[in-house]
Design a protein around this ligand. Structure first.
Ligand code: GLA
Length: 727
């Protein structure tokens, strides 16, 4: 038995700085770098001074060699917290603690690469960190290489953290998101304690149930102020994250893929790269954090041609017609849509061979011969001739047992020998990682995209993965994700002008990785405007409004049976990527005029809404608001929503801290054309009458910041929209 020496090499401090944040690692040549800091901006050149171990006396009965939190916590060699890696080779080589470390700081000072070698376990791990100087967004991922000699058993990896982040002891609360179909981004607020906080997702897609990310708040932070941290795993499959209390009072936060047994096995010389963690902190509270995330996502979005064109108003056929596609109806619907101002007509589910209901046909991606005897061309040409883009729905990864595809290739579906075929919405999942499967899907989609004027596809994924075994009987949740990305990338390469919407029974696939190849998400199948208020507020913590599919639906809402006025439906959908999902042909005159008014208003404001910052606030008494503008800018749009009847006789004012104290602002109520008098607010007072006059009301920035803007005494499920213009 030979023993290694304890690490003893000198410390070097490496810092990365953003505009408002910094991180510091303590690097040693013979161990993983120790986390020293991730927090508000430090002065240039500031270092901790002393190595960490010299600043902390050893507690009683501890290992004699102090083991602080590192950027890649090991296993089995003295670290008792969560490890960044759990792996073995046939039960051996289970310990991990690198003995050699090299680090490289990029010339611009914003990136750091740390390579760790464990000669005992025959592993090499590389950590990649990049801190964006402008947005304060920290991107991290890890690569792991099996450096064992050829012929050695494969390395079986059970857990590999994409990143391990430190959180200071001032953190008290974690905000995460759970949900289900029709109820996405359900906020969960929990206290951090000495018990480990953990969220895991094993549904094989990003999921509505467990959003891969969270926000951690330091004591005293608010929507607009104080220290908050956020992290998100850019990955559309299984995932896990944990926050663990450590004995020095701080917490470690790990995020990574959740791996099924046997799913990640590295042969000698093989290497794996984790998904990316996108993390950031702000001293400006939850809204500052959202601004950082939005900046990063806007940087990543893959717009055809490099820039986002104004987000076109959609008409989606789903809730208008469901599976009942009759060409005359669709032509008339397109006419009615064009008449109210729709710019993109999306033909949803129901168009392909044999798709009469949701029990058959997924996989048979050609136009149904009965519904479309001449194919989709007549409809597509009609839509384009009306000045609209034509979009088409697909659910590529799925197959119904009752389909020509499944009858021809029953082995293409993920399945497990000896287990039941578990369908969901009557469908199975194709093993897209098989080249013949992805070629089949590419060819079918490519053919339609090449022969029709299709500039948009809605890419759906309507079930969780279960019994996800591949043809070799190996767990295949993980392989499905890059295979789906590759199919999207291949289609985008063949059709560079194509835009894609990511949908998964509504918002089941919303993450920063799918959004590197898609341009809009279907936020939820729940279009009830009242439900949408909460769903959208959760969404906006991580994602900007221009990719948030937001439709004006029918009343009563198909998802909930509740009825809301067009004024409320329009106002709630307004800030997102607007769409209409109802049968426009059958609206009465007043409702159609109002719908037209909302569409026109959206076209007027979308340039502002989709390029600015969003601040979310809560005025109490069932009133929430959001402000769209730019800090120091001249135009702001305030949208305030009353979700339930007031329990107060007089309303609270809304404090608007994002305005400039020394400036004055002209305020005017914003209403769409065609809106009935009483729809946007009720109860009158001279102030609100003046707000509606062409000159509006002029108010001091300082007053609006600290004393606030009075709100009208609105009825439940109404909105109040105000334009604030700096003088
Ligand atoms: C999912 C989507 C809907 C619609 C249907 C079609 O539920 O979220 O918008 O496309 O599939 O089957």
């Amino acid at each position: 038995m030979a023993y290694a020496a304890l690490p003893h090499s000198p410390a070097e401090f490496v810092a990365l700085h953003g505009r408002h944040s910094s991180l510091v690692l303590e690097c040693h040549a013979d161990e993983a770098p120790l986390w020293r800091y991730w927090g508000p901006r430090l002065a240039d050149g500031c270092t901790p001074g002393l190595p960490l171990r010299e600043t902390r006396p050893l507690p009683s009965f501890m290992l004699d060699h102090d083991q602080p939190l590192s950027a890649l916590p090991g296993f089995g060699v003295g670290w008792f917290g969560q490890s960044a890696l759990l792996a073995h080779r046939n039960g051996r080589d289970f310990a991990f603690a690198p003995q050699r470390c090299e680090w490289q700081h990029s010339a611009d000072g914003q990136r750091l690469t740390v390579t760790l070698h464990d000669a005992v376990a025959h592993l090499r791990a590389t950590l990649h960190l990049a801190l964006d100087a402008h947005s304060d967004v920290l991107r991290m991922h890890t690569t792991l290489a099996n450096t064992a000699p050829a012929g050695t058993a494969a390395l079986d990896v059970g857990w590999l953290a994409a990143a391990t982040l430190p959180l200071p002891s001032s953190c008290t609360q974690v905000r995460s998101y759970s949900g289900q179909h029709m109820m996405e981004f359900l906020l969960q607020q929990e206290a951090l304690t000495r018990s480990t906080w953990r969220r895991e997702n094993r549904r094989g897609r990003t999921s509505q149930d467990c959003f891969p990310g969270a926000v951690v708040c330091a004591e005293g932070s608010t929507a607009h102020s104080g220290l908050v941290f956020g992290a998100h795993l850019a990955w559309s499959g299984n995932h896990q994250q944990s926050i663990e209390w450590l004995h020095d009072g701080q917490y470690q936060w790990q995020l990574g893929e959740w791996l099924a047994p046997g799913e990640l096995r590295l042969a000698p010389s093989a290497e794996v790269q984790t998904p990316e963690v996108v993390a950031t902190l702000s001293t400006q509270g939850l809204n500052g954090l959202a601004a950082n995330f939005h900046t990063e996502l806007r940087r990543r979005l893959p717009w055809p041609g490099g820039t986002m064109k104004p987000r076109p108003v959609h008409l989606n056929t789903w809730e208008a017609l469901y599976f009942n596609h009759q060409l005359p109806d669709l032509l008339a619907l397109a006419d009615a849509a064009a008449e109210v101002g729709v710019e993109r007509f999306v033909l949803d589910d129901g168009w392909f061979q044999g798709r009469e209901h949701d029990r058959a046909a997924l996989g048979d991606w050609w136009a149904d011969a009965r519904k479309y005897p001449q194919g989709l061309q007549p409809l597509a040409a009609h839509v384009v001739a009306r000045g609209m883009e034509f979009g088409l729905w697909f659910e590529p990864e799925m197959v119904n047992p009752d389909s020509e595809l499944h009858r021809a290739h029953p082995d293409w579906a993920l399945q497990l020998d000896g287990r039941p075929m578990l369908t969901a919405r009557n469908q199975l999942v194709l093993d897209v990682s098989r080249p013949e499967v992805s070629d089949y899907l590419f060819n079918k989609m490519h053919r339609l995209l090449s022969s029709l004027p299709i500039s948009y596809i809605k890419w759906d994924h309507n079930r969780d993965l279960a019994c996800a075994g591949n043809a070799q009987g190996v767990a295949a949740w993980r392989a499905q994700v890059p295979a789906a990305y590759a199919l999207m990338d291949r289609l985008r390469a063949a059709h560079p002008a194509l835009e894609i919407e990511s949908c998964s029974g509504g918002g089941g696939r919303i993450d920063y990785a799918v959004l590197q190849r898609t341009h809009r998400v279907w936020t939820s199948d729940n279009i009830d405007a009242l439900s949408r208020v909460d769903i959208q507020r959760g969404f906006l913590q991580f994602f900007p409004p221009e990719i948030m599919g937001a439709h004006i639906g029918t009343a009563p809402a198909h998802s909930t049976g509740r009825t809301q006025a067009m004024a409320f439906r329009g106002a709630v959908a307004l800030p997102g990527h607007l769409g209409v999902e109802l049968d426009v042909r059958h609206l009465d005159g007043s409702t159609r005029a109002q719908l037209k008014g909302w569409i026109a208003l959206y076209k007027h404001w979308r340039g502002h809404l989709h390029h600015s910052q969003v601040w979310l606030g809560d005025a109490g008494d069932h009133t929430v608001w959001q402000m769209h503008g730019t800090a120091g800018g001249s135009d702001f749009l305030l949208l305030s929503y009353r979700t339930a009847p007031s329990s107060q006789r007089y309303m609270r004012s809304v404090l608007l801290p994002m305005l400039q104290a020394a400036c004055r602002y002209r305020l005017r109520v914003v209403t769409p054309e065609g809106l009935p008098e009483d729809q946007l607010y009720c109860g009158s007072a001279p102030f609100f009458d003046a707000l509606r006059s062409p000159d509006g009301v002029v108010m001091d920035g300082s007053w609006l910041q600290h004393a606030g803007l009075p709100l009208p005494r609105n009825k439940a499920e109404t909105a109040f929209i105000v334009h604030l213009q700096r003088l």
